[in-house]
Each structure stands twice: as C-alpha cells, then as structure tokens.
Design a protein around this ligand. Structure first.
Ligand code: AMP
Length: 287
C-alpha cells in the first residue's frame, strides 16, 4: 500500500500509445481504471480505490467501437470529456489516456479475444460480439499500460467475471480489483446511460433493482428453485408502457452459467429497456 499523494495533482492527458508507454517507465505500482467516460460516482469509486493502492493512477476514457453491436447506441453514447477531466483532476488521477479510435484500431483487428460460453447468455445473448469487443480492448489496455492492479465495477457483473477469467487464462500478472455498485438513494445503479432518462423514465427505472432485490430476499428467506425465484421477480416489474424487461437470470457469479437450484452464492442479473435506454444491474445473494 502506498502513502496518499499530496494534493493537488497535476493531471496529464495523453492521446497516443507511444507517449503513454514512454511516460510509464518509472517502475512504481500502476493502477488502471478503464472507462468509456461520462464519469459519475461509480467511476469515482474505482478511481478512489486505485488511488489507495497505486503509485500512479491511469484512467482510460475510450468509447470502444468494437463492443457496440448497434451503430445508434454508439452514436448516442454520452461524451463529456471536459467534465471527465475535471473529475479525474479532483480525484488525483495522474494520467488520463484518451486515444482516438484510429489510435487504438489503426486497422480493423484480425485477432480478437474469443470469450466462449461465459459470453453466451445475459448481455452476451442480446449484444452479439459485445464481450469479444470488451475483452479485446481490455487486453490491449493491459498490454499498453501493464498495470499492477486494474479496477472494475460489480455493476457490470458479466464483464467483471470475463475479465477475471481473461487474466487467469492468459496468465496476466494483474490483480483485478472489484468495486461494489454505487447507487442513487432509491437504489438505481449509477450509469452513464442514466442521463438519457427523462423525469418519468427515471422514476420507473428503479424497478429493475426492486425486482433483483426481491429475488435476493427470497433467497435469503430460504427459496431455492431458481425458476420460481426468477418468475416472482419478473412478475414484480410493472407492465408499464416504455418499460421492457430484456432478461432476468440467476447465474453462477464466476461462470455466468444459469442455475437450476440455489445452493451457494448467486448473481441475479437483469437488463431492462426504459424508453430507448437499456439499463443493466445485478445483485449478489447468498443463501
Ligand atoms: P463504463 O464507463 O460504463 O464502461 O464503466 C467503466 C467501469 O466503471 C466499469 O468497470 C464499470 O463496471 C464501472 N461502473 C460503472 N457504473 C458503476 C457503478 N454504478 N458502480 C460501480 N462501478 C461502476
């Protein structure tokens, strides 16, 4: 563990891989926080964790085209670079890496990470190729930054499980630090996409979290049939116009495979469309 850094810290913004590599030759413990920007308090929790563990904190801001299976979704993704840079400055980030798409992909990649069955269900089922894109960009960032630790949110449970497995399968000497989901007071998980919600949508958006926590309560109270728990949770989602549950599943938190019976820790994960905005969330439950 390192001493807290004196404030204020001078923030450096770096746009090229070559400049970042030449800046990262000092030998201390580097903590990497990969993001797509539009930073909020969830990202800040990752940055703060990195600041506690590392000599040098690198945050990356890159909206990775390879993980978007829908061009409109990519075009609509919020970009707030100036505000993001000031968040990074305030939280003591040392380097912000903001490459262009051409810098990261000077040519369409021929080699990508093939994720396998962990990407087959949940978000992977509805966003074909998404986790190939995620695993590929994270592996590239790991190669470029060579961090000692990298920080990921439990909010994206399938992503987190896949990144942990990527590090194991490829023998990467990187500690994956998972950070609990930061929520609004009513329970809605913070997300860069929440800024797309209008006032009415914002009110009903919490119903995914309500359904997930209902399933977790059933498990704590002794329910064991995944299908019965799942159905009870799904039934709680209001049949309101503008709200559509995409999936709600009970899976093994390490493999992301669906379970029939709850006989150990589980991840209850869901995705819901609120108007034109797709939100995801999950909770962990222990019987
Ligand atoms: P994103 O910018 O959405 O790709 O997210 C970058 C990182 O922040 C990922 O590791 C996410 O899991 C994490 N993250 C996003 N939202 C939250 C949240 N509400 N709480 C904790 N971590 C989060």
């Amino acid at each position: 563990m390192c001493r807290p850094r004196p404030q204020p810290v001078v923030l450096e913004q770096i746009e090229t891989i070559a400049a970042l590599r030449s800046r990262l030759t000092h030998g201390g413990a580097v903590g990497l926080v990969p993001t797509m920007g539009a930073l909020h308090a969830g990202h800040v929790a990752l940055i703060d964790a990195a600041r506690r563990d590392s000599d040098l904190v690198v945050a990356s801001i890159f909206v990775n085209p390879l993980q978007f299976n829908n061009a409109d979704d990519l075009a609509r993704y919020p970009q707030t670079l100036d505000a993001d840079l000031s968040v990074c400055r305030d939280r003591g980030v040392d380097l912000v890496f903001t490459p262009s798409a051409a810098e990261m992909y000077p040519q369409p990649p021929e080699c990508t990470v093939d994720v396998g069955r962990m990407a087959d269900n949940l978000c992977g089922k509805y966003r074909p190729g998404h986790f190939r894109g995620v695993a590929t960009i994270v592996l590239k960032l790991f190669q470029i930054v060579q961090p000692r630790f990298a920080y990921f949110g439990q909010k994206d449970a399938q992503q987190l499980a896949i990144i942990k497995r990527l590090t194991t399968d490829f023998n990467l000497p990187i500690g994956i630090v998972e950070v609990p989901t930061v929520r609004e007071p009513d329970g809605l998980a913070l997300s860069s996409r929440n800024r797309h919600l209008n006032a009415e949508e914002r009110k009903i958006a919490v119903s995914l979290y309500v359904a997930l926590t209902h399933a977790a309560t059933m498990i704590r109270e002794g329910a064991r049939s995944a299908e019965l728990i799942r159905r009870a949770a799904v039934d709680l989602v209001p049949q309101t116009a503008g709200l559509r549950l995409e999936y709600l599943e009970i899976v093994d938190p390490n493999t992301m495979q669906p379970l029939m019976e709850v006989d150990g820790p589980v991840c209850i994960a869901g995705a819901m469309w609120v108007g034109a905005t797709r939100l995801i969330d999950n909770v962990l439950a222990v019987p």
